[in-house]
Design a protein around this ligand. Structure first.
Ligand SMILES: Cc1cc2nc3c(=O)[nH]c(=O)nc-3n(C[C@H](O)[C@H](O)[C@H](O)COP(=O)(O)OP(=O)(O)OC[C@H]3O[C@@H](n4cnc5c(N)ncnc54)[C@H](O)[C@@H]3O)c2cc1C
Length: 388
């Protein structure tokens, strides 16, 4: 019998498996894909600080380092967020094909058993824990475990079977399309964000450089507001922005923009990462929270094993940890997202103009809001409650 079975070897699952294995637990990490990390459904951007909390940085999986971000509103107003000293990198664009594999290897090195091309079909409760049904190349078998960690992404089967999450509404999910393009003519020191209700209803377009004149060029839209598929918005953006380059890869994917769920646990079960809707409702970024949630889930798994208590009421300790770490930010950014969704393009332009040319030294939602408040005291009533 395993102490922990982790379903999904993305950042959340590998971090959970690694943490639990480091604590001496008997861990099985299963991944349905043949190769961990591919296909990459991600623009691969993450802040340096968030990464450093959980992994030792290795240049092998850093595609590019950036010093800041540039945001554009529909009339072309530019807002720049950058560290004062040029060259002091603040963000990374990862090579997730290598990064995700590296994390799974760290889990294996810590003692977890890692199996690929194996799908978790479901689970049933037993007297001592759970029986998880697995399938690989048509062959089915079962394993027993005390704890199950669902890190199986945005459409988490484990989460739905456990009754922790429900299927998202079309207003709670960002539909994304992305090309990897080469031969681009861009300043590779920055990431680029493009806003506008026509351009990307309920979302934004992005260009994240990956070095060597290549970049992830993508878009996310809210299906509840969009009139066509994300890929059409992406093609239109590329044409209008005059982006010239060769498309070498295409991916489509979804990002939960739900906010904070009440609980990510049930008896014997914890969910982490996109499975628990842990990605940010404003930026759509989910790698950092996935790592953090995986880490906390791994720790609480070891405490649960030590106490032989796998009840939801004990596992709520995991809820406390991820909520204190970043849950509050999901809650706040959900409210901010609702506020920004109500803005028309001309208001977006004038808000951007009010902070254009200011020296925003940090790449964060908080830094932008602080600058908006400083220059638009009338927003205080709206934002005050969120930042109190
Ligand atoms: C287009 C796009 C761009 C994005 N850009 C960024 C970005 O720039 N920065 C950022 O921080 N975030 C970004 N995100 C979000 C980010 O990719 C996710 O938040 C992150 O990957 C979540 O990690 P995870 O481990 O929770 O889930 P995932 O990375 O989705 O991993 C889940 C894993 O579970 C496996 N799995 C699923 N079901 C089963 C099963 N039944 N059995 C076995 N295995 C299973 C899957 O194959 C997968 O490997 C983007 C997302 C999209 C779609």
């Amino acid at each position: 019998m395993f102490d922990v079975v982790v379903v999904g070897a993305g950042p959340a699952g590998s971090m959970a498996a690694k943490t639990a294995a480091e604590k001496g637990l008997n861990v099985l990490l299963i991944e349905k894909r043949q190769e961990i990390g591919t296909p990459v459904r991600c623009a691969e951007g993450i802040s340096k600080e968030s990464l450093k909390r959980f992994v030792e940085i290795d240049k092998k999986w850093i595609a590019a380092e950036v010093i800041g971000a540039k945001i554009y509103t529909p009339d072309g107003t530019e807002v720049v967020m950058a560290e004062e000293m040029a060259g002091n990198e603040v963000g990374f664009v990862l090579e997730r094909k290598i990064f995700d594999r590296h994390l799974a290897r760290l889990a294996a090195k810590a003692g977890a058993e890692v199996v690929v091309k194996t799908t978790a079909l479901g689970f049933e409760r037993t007297q001592n824990g759970l029986r998880v049904k697995l399938r690989r190349l048509g062959e089915e078998w079962e394993v027993e475990t005390k704890l199950l960690i669902g890190a199986d992404g945005v459409e988490s089967k484990i989460g739905r079977m456990a009754g922790i999450i429900k299927t998202l509404k079309i207003s709670e999910i960002e539909s994304c399309a992305q090309y990897l393009m080469s031969g681009l003519d861009i300043d590779e020191n920055y990431t680029y964000f493009y806003l506008g209700n026509e351009l990307a209803p309920g979302g934004y377009a992005w260009i994240f450089p990956k070095g060597d004149r290549s970049a992830n060029v993508g878009i996310g839209v809210l299906p509840s507001l969009a009139k066509m598929a994300a890929k059409h918005y992406l093609d239109r953006f590329i044409e209008k922005a005059g982006i010239k380059g060769k498309i070498v890869e295409f991916v489509a994917g979804a990002v939960p923009v739900y906010g904070e769920i009440d609980t990510a646990v049930a008896d014997n079960i914890m969910l982490c990462g996109d499975a628990a809707y842990h990605s940010d409702p404003i930026t759509g970024g989910g790698i950092a929270n996935a790592l953090s949630a995986g880490y906390h889930a791994g720790l609480v798994a070891s405490e649960a094993v030590a106490r032989k208590d796998f009840s939801a009421s004990f596992l709520k300790r995991y809820d406390e940890l991820w909520k204190a770490d970043f849950g509050w930010k999901l809650r706040r950014n959900k409210k901010l997202q609702e506020f920004f969704l109500k803005l028309d393009d001309s208001t977006l332009n004038s808000l951007a103009k009010s902070i254009a040319g200011k020296n925003i030294k940090e790449m964060s939602v908080q830094a932008i809001i602080t600058e908006l408040l400083r220059n638009n005291p009338s927003l205080l009533g709206l934002f005050g409650e969120l930042f109190s």
